[in-house]
Design a protein around this ligand. Structure first.
Ligand SMILES: [Zn+2]
Length: 130
């Protein structure tokens, strides 16, 4: 399942970042998903939940942000939303070799750590001498 491998990759990246940041829990992950990335958000959400089990991400929320696909025509510099199914020929001059500007994104935009559990700096108690 395509979504499962994506979910596991996302979880892996967040886990790594969590370790680096010393975070003990993750509240939410914001993921940009391009229109043409071929990902079914519901399926991804389901797989993500499974992939989070027994990790620092357990119980965290996956927020997906859809990115519309845009293409640009080389010869006339026209830009348009390619839509679904993708329309890859230029609506102005008909050139088919469009350059895809956006729409294939599949990236973590931000991660929110569980701020209630930010490891508080415990100042060492200096023994009071009398
Ligand atoms: Zn054109």
């Amino acid at each position: 399942m395509h979504e499962m491998s994506i979910a596991m990759a996302v979880v892996g990246q967040v886990e790594e970042a969590a370790r680096a940041a010393g975070a003990t829990a993750v509240r939410s992950v914001l993921l940009q998903v391009g229109e043409l990335a071929g990902v079914v958000p519901d399926a991804l959400g389901f797989c993500f939940e499974l992939a989070c089990a027994d990790t620092v991400l357990e119980g965290c929320e996956l927020v997906t942000e859809a990115v519309p696909a845009r293409a640009r025509c080389g010869p006339c510099a026209d830009e348009w939303l390619v839509g679904m199914p993708p329309e890859l020929s230029c609506p102005v001059c008909g050139t088919v070799t469009a350059e895809l500007l956006t729409g294939r994104e599949l990236q973590i935009v931000s991660v929110r750590w569980e701020d209630d559990r930010v490891p508080a700096a415990t100042p060492e108690r200096t023994p009071q001498e009398r």
